[in-house]
Design a protein around this ligand. Structure first.
Ligand SMILES: [Zn+2]
Length: 279
């Protein structure tokens, strides 16, 4: 399959796409846009694998437990859609079951472990919550090394602790991406130095905080993503995001770097193919 772009982080496997997910995937594929569908809990990870199985090519899965779901506390977001398909998302605390996730991780369509990581923005307010996040992140890194697949890392307000744990656990051996990269250029360099790439979402089309990293990062280390259904890029702001919109992220990177859209599309697609061993 000849793909012109790869959205390396989308959640068509979430309930926001419960009624039309396959139409959304097909629309992107028809435009030459492939995707990695990313789980955040066991059920959404399983659904990512099931989606990937339905397509001959261009759709892959990533499996993991998001840090907001590892703690005992409940995090609520009224804008998300719950497991029952009604408005109002609430985190569902889950114990990370290594053996169950390993089964999904070894599936041939699964190309990465994640999203996993640290989130001090919506959780991690206490030492106990942080410790729990550390423990579950370490298990994901061990799983990634165990099955020899790269990591998709989620990180909010925790780049220093993340960096330390990635080094301690030898995560550079498998690499991967720091998804929705939102740190400084100094942060970015530390992750590039240990063998990770960084990826950008539609937020770069309307916020200027990311420009320095976008411009300075080596072209062979960056990738594009939507994080659909969240953060739709301009001109779709406020709408449900979808993988087809990843083109807007690539266009913005081209504009900021002063190079052609085609050059960004071809570089980010070959980076994703290389980093996630996509076939
Ligand atoms: Zn995500």
């Amino acid at each position: 399959m000849n793909l012109k772009l790869i959205d390396i982080h989308a959640h068509v496997n979430f309930n926001a796409f419960r009624d039309d997910g396959d139409a959304v995937v097909s629309r992107a594929l028809a435009d030459g846009i492939g995707m990695i569908l990313v789980g955040s809990q066991y059920d959404t990870s399983l659904r990512a694998v099931e989606y990937a199985e339905r397509y001959a090519g261009g759709v892959w899965s990533a499996v993991g437990l998001h840090p907001i779901h590892v703690g005992g506390e409940i995090y609520v977001d009224a804008k998300e859609i719950s497991a029952l398909g009604v408005p109002g998302f609430s985190s569902r605390p889950e114990e990370f079951d290594y053996a169950k996730y390993k089964k999904l991780a070894t599936h041939p369509k699964t190309v990465a472990i994640g999203e996993c990581g640290l989130d001090y923005f919506r959780s991690g307010g206490t030492e106990a919550e942080k410790e729990k996040q550390f423990e579950v992140l370490r298990l994901h890194i061990r799983l990634a090394r165990d099955v020899k697949k790269p990591l998709i890392i989620h990180c909010r307000n925790a780049y220093d602790d993340l960096h330390k744990i990635l080094i301690e656990e030898g995560a550079g051996e498998v690499g991967g991406t720091i998804h929705f990269f939102a740190g400084t250029w100094a942060d970015a360099q530390k992750f590039l130095d240990i063998g990770f790439g960084i990826s950008f979402t539609g937020v770069i089309t309307f916020a200027r905080d990311y420009d320095e990293s976008i411009i300075k990062a080596p072209l062979d280390k960056i990738m594009v993503e939507t994080d659909a259904p969240y953060v739709a890029p301009a001109p779709y702001r406020g709408k449900r995001n979808e993988p087809a919109y990843v083109i807007e992220v690539a266009k913005k990177i081209a504009e900021l770097r002063g190079i052609s859209y085609e050059e960004v599309a071809s570089a980010t697609t070959s980076n994703a193919t290389r980093i996630f061993h996509l076939t």
